[in-house]
Ligand binder design. Structure first.
Ligand code: KG4
Ligand code: ZN
Length: 352
């Protein structure tokens, strides 16, 4: 079954074609049109602007993602020059409602007009299933470490499509902390990538920032205090900040985020000893320092565990991950009725 997947929940317009082969998702095409350059001018995503850009971009991205490579051209077929598909999947939440509706209208129209099965996918579930794209998928039970612009969560997944929340952030998400600290350092939006780049020139031991809830037995996170500590430190330093000082702050901040996530991951592995894999997913999973730090901690403390991180292009928002989640909805028989599905900006990760 080939699934056309559409993702428009925030600021990336994305379409992919994903197929289940031997009970695993295989990505045929994966096209993303980023709106980052537009949102960088305003320092963040303005929902109406993002929705309008999705409307402008989606037809072009749909055409690109369904364009057949030359060798697949069917001279007389109905879909000559186009890749065909057998089902449609779309992100229905969480996200900006106006943005979600753009992708959902397109997906519903395609499913209805071609009478295709329809899969309503939770964006967070998409991030989780980005770990299943690849040669060597994780073994269950898995601990999911989800770190994105809006979510920081530890999730226990004992079987496919079933998620148990172990802990989340009490305030800012990890990606949000990166974006806010980057702004303090005068870096553009989204702040994660430029801050990580700046950090490579800095000394991560130069400043000591606090690890929130370190002694707390819970599996919850908090990043607003860390952002406050960085702001407090920046206020005491010369303005504008010398570049090497900004690099030291970036490196020290990044190390603190990695340490915080590492400690909570190790605590979760201690509390839930049956776990076989750890999957690091979401936009912040693109951060090399975090990837390395979690991998080293697992190798040192739990050498029999598998550590799975998606390819960089599947960490930040994309539609291949939505297609990958839809493959498992299909394999477990969870088809949706497009007519009764509505966009839900606050959709929680639940059971099917
Ligand atoms: O998953 P995502 O693309 O969108 C959401 O669903 O939120 O995550 C976006 C977040 C942004 O906060 C961005 O700054 C962060 O991921 N991010 C990074 C890196 N690349 C993206 N943070 C740290 N290091 C990176 N290399
Ligand atoms: Zn996302």
């Amino acid at each position: 079954m080939k699934i056309l997947a559409i993702e428009t929940s925030c600021d990336e317009t994305a379409v992919a074609i994903v197929e289940d082969q031997n009970f695993q998702p295989v990505v045929h095409t994966n096209v993303v049109a980023s709106q980052v350059a537009v949102h960088a001018q305003t320092g963040g995503v303005i929902p109406n602007v993002a929705a309008r850009l999705h409307t402008e971009n989606l037809p072009r991205i749909l055409r690109e993602a369904t364009k057949a490579p030359r060798r697949d051209y069917q001279p007389k077929g109905t879909f000559g020059g186009q890749l065909d598909y057998d089902a449609v999947a779309v992100t229905v939440g969480p996200g900006q409602v106006g943005c979600l509706l753009v992708g959902m209208s397109a997906a519903k129209t395609i499913a209805m007009s071609r009478n295709l099965p329809f899969y309503a996918i939770n964006h967070l579930e998409g991030h989780i299933y980005s770990a299943w794209i690849g040669q060597d998928p994780p073994e269950l039970p898995a601990l999911i470490v989800m770190v994105s612009g809006l979510h920081t969560e530890l999730i226990l997944m004992e079987r496919h499509l079933y998620y148990q929340h172990l802990g989340s952030t009490r305030d800012d998400a990890a990606g949000e902390a990166f974006d806010k600290v980057a702004r303090l350092l005068g870096l553009p939006y989204p702040g994660g990538p430029p801050l990580a780049e700046l950090a490579t020139h800095g000394d991560e031991t130069a400043f000591q920032f606090p690890i929130a809830l370190e002694e707390n037995d819970s599996l919850e996170f908090s990043f607003s205090g860390l952002k406050g500590a960085v702001a407090h430190q920046v206020a005491k330093l010369p303005n504008p900040l010398p570049r090497h000082t900004a690099a030291d702050i970036a490196a020290s901040f990044q190390k603190t985020v990695s340490e915080t996530i590492k400690k909570k991951m190790l605590r979760a592995l201690h509390v839930y000893p049956g776990i076989k894999s750890v999957c690091l997913v979401g936009g912040v999973a693109a951060n090399r320092h975090l990837r390395t730090s979690l991998e080293q901690a697992i190798n040192a403390n739990h050498p029999s565990l598998r550590f799975v991180v998606p390819d960089l292009k599947y960490c930040t928002d994309n539609a291949a991950m939505i297609g990958a989640a839809a493959v498992y909805h299909h394999l477990f028989g969870h088809v949706d009725d497009w007519a009764s599905i509505t966009a839900d900006p606050n959709l929680e990760l639940g059971q099917p």
